[in-house]
Design a protein around this ligand. Structure first.
Ligand SMILES: Nc1ncnc2c1ncn2[C@@H]1O[C@H](COP(=O)(O)OC(=O)CCCC[C@@H]2CCSS2)[C@@H](O)[C@H]1O
Length: 373
């Protein structure tokens, strides 16, 4: 990829600084346009946290561009089992991240641009930011019909969503972040954002699905680089700052002291799954027994991502009551997660009577339970 002159220039400027780089970041004069060199969703979300927590944005707004390798990003108060196809994501190596802002679930890949507009709380204005993006899009392609909606989405041709918005408002500073679909894999997007898990009840925020489209499908010249350059130019003109994009490395502790810790926190099971609002599952599956099918019912309550209550109901002749009771009680307190369940059920299985038939039923049951995680 060719780095435009303005980007390379700024990067060199940042690298050649004599003063500590963190000093540079926090002593910005009038505004700054940053772009991450990382495609790691946790590292990029950590940059947002860092700027939000450490920068004085008074009179110095910041625009941050970032792109990620394939990831699903859920809102702060969402339930990943309700929002996405976790099994498919594991198979396809797609990361799951929980962001600090509210709202719905989106899919990211290198064809999706994320924009974060950092301001003081007073200057926070999502519509103003979206209008700026629309002006930038129309500057490169005047024929594009893009409009912001009341929900702060951007719609192409009045019906296709090309951008979704979320925000975080702190005590003094705030950020508005949004996506921009340029050339994302739409097939993967829609298959990953469909939950196969049945019978979940919760008060978690639900996403609002839309028809989506990529800008590149309307005009093949609208690559991510072209779009970022156009938005940067519009932002620079609006804020009367240099049209210069500074490349930043989100693992650079000299620039962002403490940032790697923030990225690690965002990657923990406790944050991604453990912050899911309390939910319950009421489902069932059929198992083959001789020539007929039997129904196994499952009721599970999950709090902080851990099983608080478990009730597996199956006919006694298929699974003896004492074994079911053992399974139900040993699940309590464990993570609602297939890896932990595999470990737990393997250990428990060794305590079962040595009976091949029983072991095979046990395996069927455990595979089905893991299938709902
Ligand atoms: N990347 C992307 N861009 C736009 N729309 C998308 C995207 N991925 C999925 N969707 C569609 O939006 C809905 C969810 O819409 P919903 O309105 O529920 O949620 C959002 O829009 C949240 C936007 C969060 C933006 C943050 C910015 C940086 S980190 S993530 C989903 O079901 C799809 O139909």
């Amino acid at each position: 990829m060719l780095i435009p002159f303005s980007r390379k220039n700024c990067f060199q400027l940042l690298c050649n600084l004599k003063v500590p780089a963190a000093g540079f970041i926090s002593t910005v004069k009038s505004g700054l346009i940053l772009q991450s060199v990382s495609n790691d969703v946790y590292q990029n979300l950590a940059v947002e946290d860092w700027i939000h927590d450490h920068m004085n944005l008074e009179g110095k707004p910041v625009l941050f561009f970032w792109r990620n390798s394939p990831s699903v990003v859920i809102g702060r108060h969402q339930n990943p089992w309700q929002e996405c196809h976790l099994n498919l994501m594991r198979e396809a190596g797609v990361k799951l991240a929980r962001r600090r802002s509210g709202g719905g679930t989106v899919y990211h890949d290198m064809g999706n641009i994320n924009l974060t507009f950092f301001t003081t709380k007073k200057k926070y204005d999502r519509m103003e930011n979206l209008k700026l993006v629309v002006r930038a899009l129309n500057a490169v392609q005047p024929q594009l019909d893009v409009q912001p909606t009341k929900r702060f989405d951007l719609l192409l041709d009045g019906q296709f969503k090309i951008s979704g918005t979320a925000s975080k408002i702190g005590r003094t500073t705030a950020y508005h972040h949004c996506t921009l679909l340029c050339s994302t894999d739409r097939t993967l997007l829609s298959s990953l954002l469909k939950s196969p898990y049945q019978g979940i009840r919760s008060n978690a925020t639900a996403s609002i699905p839309s028809l989506v489209k990529n800008l590149l499908e309307s005009d093949p010249t609208l690559t991510c680089e072209v779009l970022m350059d156009a938005i940067a130019a519009e932002y620079a003109a609006y804020h009367q700052i240099d049209n210069c994009i500074s490349l930043i490395n989100p693992t650079d502790e000299t620039l962002f002291p403490g940032i790697n810790r923030k990225a690690r926190d965002l990657q923990t099971w406790e944050w991604i799954y453990g912050k899911t609002p309390k939910f319950s599952i009421n489902t069932s599956f059929n198992v083959l027994h001789g020539q007929s099918h039997l129904e196994v019912k499952v009721f599970i309550d999950v709090k902080n991502g851990r099983i608080e209550l478990c009730n597996i109901e199956a006919p006694d002749h298929w699974l003896p009551l004492e074994i079911r009771d053992k399974l139900n009680s040993s699940f309590i307190g464990s993570k609602f997660c297939p890896i932990e369940t595999t470990m737990l059920t393997n250990i428990l299985c060794r305590t079962c009577p040595e009976d091949d038939d029983l072991h095979s039923r046990w395996n069927i049951l455990c595979e089905n339970i893991k299938g709902i995680m």
